[in-house]
Each structure stands twice: as structure tokens, then as C-alpha cells.
Design a protein around this ligand. Structure first.
Ligand SMILES: Cc1cc2nc3c(=O)[nH]c(=O)nc-3n(C[C@H](O)[C@H](O)[C@H](O)COP(=O)(O)OP(=O)(O)OC[C@H]3O[C@@H](n4cnc5c(N)ncnc54)[C@H](O)[C@@H]3O)c2cc1C
Length: 392
């Protein structure tokens, strides 16, 4: 199959995408984590060869540079075909930051690797004393000729243990008394195999290990791997966080569209749809998943027209996270005692999928900024309310 004709009308384009997704599908993934990663790499590598990858990314770096409507069609068809997302968090969070702020040499080095999943990147922003208060970060990067020497610790890095590269925030300078505390922060891309890096997986209550803590001891990072100006990395953070909070909303909405239909079927199979309380909640999820779709489409429209998701990304994030927590809680309750059984239990329902989701989504209102921080952003930057008093 050749390249996709992006000038084709919407229906032809939809059909071409379906064919491309079917042609790129490498079949069933293997059982191990590494086999699954290899499967994702193969899928995205093939899609990129067909020019059917990166709907919003520039064409010169392998993307499709689609207008709004076609990006929505792309999201719909890829959800239907169950195309996996790129490996790690680099494609969705750091990619747009590179597109906006990096040099052309950096774009050439990194963007195709992210798009094709040849490399998986992990985010190294949070630290033990820097989560909501991110500018409080302490990991230092001291200039030594053409290198920075990095020392410190990062925490809660999703997929940190399987990452090829880390996109990090480090402190290159100390703000003076008249400077804001986010001055002196720089945005560094660090090769995860550099000597001096230790990665320790963190076990979660789901039983999985999707997070890691990362320690840096005298790690040498080329100055050419810094994005944007030295000390002024905070200017790039808003782009990264905006995309982290919202850019995937449409894909999430489309995936949850399928899940809500499955929940409805499950309720019918259990014979509980006569219960008026259950019916009311099912109707509520149906309404919310439709709102989620519109919210996701609006985010894509904002990114296409303004170049950024903007502070309204916090509205989407709040909506998605409360929706997925409520949905899983509802299903676990509906299933009763069996709903609590995990994957390996022979009496578990759908291999413990719902209780796993219930446990996983407890963290949703913390990741990408806590619900309280999203509410502050909505209050201050969307509604224009007074800023909360700063605690010095
Ligand atoms: C699923 C998940 C994935 C994550 N992935 C990554 C990742 O890949 N890379 C990475 O760097 N980090 C990641 N994190 C870390 C995440 O960004 C932080 O956990 C988050 O920013 C909160 O920081 P904290 O844990 O230090 O809590 P704190 O900031 O210490 O907050 C503690 C409590 O105080 C509240 N609080 C703090 N400040 C305020 C305020 N101003 N107003 C009101 N309430 C406030 C918070 O809402 C929270 O309830 C992830 C976290 C989760 C749960």
C-alpha cells in the first residue's frame, strides 16, 4: 500500500485509513512486555512508512499535518481499528514541545524516532519535593564545557524503567531575589543509557510497575540536548503540560465510547437494567461520554487554530478523570463480590478487568497535575478569578 492521499475527500480518506490500519497491523502481540513493545514498534513503523501516522505532526518529520476534520476522522478510525498509542509519554507530551521550540537539527534527530516508536521516552519532571509545586525542583545541571553534569532524583516517571530517553526539567541557575522561582530551569533530553543513571521501578496497588524513580549521579549530558534557552525552560513547560492534560482527550473519549457500550451489555447480561438506579447511572455515563467526545474535538480545534490546548485543557482533564473513576466504581459495585476478584482468580469476571481499572483510576486525579491544581487553573486562567494567595 502506498502513501495516503491527504487531499482526498473525507469518505475516501476514511477508507484509505481503514486499509492502512489493516495493512500495518502485525497480528496478535506476544504475551511478554518486551514482545508487546516490539509489536507497537512494528505497527507504528509500518504506519509511518505509509504516511499514516502523526495526524497533527509536520509532514517534513513524517507526520500528516491534517486539518481539523481529518484529525477527528483519524482519531475515530484508529480507535475503531484499536491502533495502539506510541510507546511511552514522549510522543504526546514532549513531541509537541519539540515541534514548537527545538532546532531543526533536534527535530530531525528526535521526531521520527518518537513517531515510529523506535524510541520510548519518559517524563522526568516530578521530584520528592516538587509535584504540584514543580518550580521547587532540585535536580541540578552544572555546565562543564559542552556538557551539563546532572545530579538529583526524579519520581513517578511513567514507563521510566523501559525508556530510551528522558525529557526532564533541571535546575541550571538559582533565581535572584527579584526573579520568579521558575527562572533557572532548563529542559534537557537525557539518553537513559548514560552512565550514572539508576532506574528503580515502583510497585503500584494494581500489582503493576508502571512508574519508576530515577537517580542521576554525575550524568554527562551534551548541551546540544537542551531544548530552548538555558534557564528559560519554564516557558516550554506549559506546552508540555497542556498536551499532557488534554491532547489525548478525543482518543480517550472514543475508547470510553466502546467501554460504555460494553458496560451497557454487561448490565443487560447481569439482568440488572430493570433497576431504576442502574438505568439512571447508565444514562449518566452515556451523556458524559458524549460530552467527552465534544470536549476532545474542541481540544483538537484549539490546538489546530491556536497552536496550544491552553488552560481549558484542565477542564478536559477534570472531566475525564472523574468520569473514569465513577465508571469503574459503578461497574465494580454492579458486579458485587465477583467484581473484586483479580485476574488470576478463576471466578474473576473478564479477567479482573474492572477491579484493575478501579484501582488504576484512583491515580487519575493525581497524574498530570492533581484535581485541586486543575481547579486552580480553571479558576484563575479560564474564569479569570483572583489568584490563590502564594505561600512563601
Ligand atoms: C498516574 C500518574 C502518572 C504520573 N506520571 C508522571 C510522569 O510520567 N512524570 C512525572 O514527572 N511525574 C508523574 N507523576 C507525578 C505527578 O505529576 C505528581 O504526583 C503530581 O503533580 C502531584 O505531586 P505530588 O505527588 O508531589 O503531590 P503534592 O504536590 O505534594 O500534593 C499533595 C496534596 O496537596 C494538594 N495541593 C498541593 N498544592 C496545592 C495547591 N496549591 N492548592 C490546592 N491543593 C494543593 C494536592 O492536590 C494533593 O492533594 C504521575 C503521577 C501519577 C499519579
Amino acid at each position: 500500500m502506498g502513501e495516503i492521499d491527504t487531499s482526498a475527500d473525507n469518505e475516501t480518506f476514511r477508507q484509505q485509513l481503514r486499509e492502512a490500519f489493516a495493512a500495518a497491523n502485525p497480528g496478535k502481540p506476544g504475551a511478554s512486555a518486551e514482545e508487546r513493545r516490539q509489536w507497537v514498534r512494528e505497527y507504528h513503523g509500518k504506519l509511518m512508512d505509509m504516511r499514516a501516522n502523526g495526524p497533527s505532526w509536520p509532514r517534513e518529520y513524517g507526520g500528516m499535518d491534517l486539518p481539523f476534520e481529518k484529525q477527528v476522522i483519524y482519531a475515530e478510525e484508529s480507535a475503531k481499528a484499536r491502533v495502539p498509542g506510541q510507546l511511552g509519554t514522549g510522543y504526546s507530551i514532549c513531541g509537541p514541545t519539540i515541534i514548537k521550540y527545538a532546532t531543526s537539527d533536534q527535530k530531525e534527530r528526535w521526531l521520527p524516532a518518537l513517531l515510529s516508536s523506535r524510541e520510548a521516552w519518559a517524563q522526568g519532571f516530578s521530584e520528592p519535593e516538587a509535584g504540584s509545586d514543580l518550580p521547587n525542583l532540585k535536580t541540578s545541571a552544572v555546565r562543564d564545557g559542552d556538557y551539563y553534569i546532572v545530579n538529583g532524583q526524579k519520581l513517578w516517571s511513567s514507563n521510566g524503567h523501559s525508556a530510551d530517553r528522558l525529557f526532564t526539567l533541571v535546575r541550571t541557575g538559582t533565581p535572584g531575589p527579584d526573579q520568579p522561582k521558575h527562572w533557572g530551569i532548563s529542559y534537557l533530553i537525557i539518553d537513559a543509557k548514560t552512565p550514572g543513571i539508576t532506574v528503580r521501578p515502583i510497585k503500584e496497588m494494581t500489582g503493576g510497575t508502571d512508574f519508576a524513580e530515577i537517580f542521576f549521579t554525575d550524568v554527562r549530558v551534551p548541551v546540544t540536548d537542551r531544548i530552548g534557552e538555558e534557564h528559560l525552560g519554564w516557558g516550554l513547560v506549559r506546552t508540555s503540560l497542556g498536551h499532557e492534560r488534554a491532547a489525548g482527550t478525543l482518543n480517550t473519549a472514543l475508547n470510553y465510547r466502546r467501554v460504555v457500550t460494553e458496560v451497557l451489555q454487561l448490565a443487560k447480561d447481569l439482568g440488572v437494567t430493570g433497576d431504576p438506579l442502574i438505568r439512571q447511572q447508565l444514562a449518566d455515563f452515556e451523556a458524559r461520554v458524549r460530552i467527552l467526545y465534544v470536549s476532545g474535538a474542541r481540544t483538537i480545534a484549539d490546538i489546530t487554530s491556536k497552536g496550544e490546548p491552553g488552560p481549558a485543557s484542565s477542564v478536559s482533564r477534570l472531566f475525564v478523570t472523574s468520569f473514569e473513576q465513577d465508571l469503574h466504581e459503578f461497574v465494580v459495585n454492579m458486579l458485587g463480590a465477583h467484581g473484586m476478584l483479580a485476574r488470576k482468580d478463576p471466578h474473576s469476571i473478564e479477567k479482573g478487568r474492572w477491579v484493575w481499572g478501579f484501582l488504576r483510576t484512583r491515580a487519575s486525579t493525581i497524574g498530570a497535575g492533581t484535581a485541586e491544581i486543575q481547579k486552580n487553573t480553571v479558576g484563575e486562567r479560564v474564569l479569570g478569578l483572583p489568584h490563590e494567595p502564594s505561600v512563601k
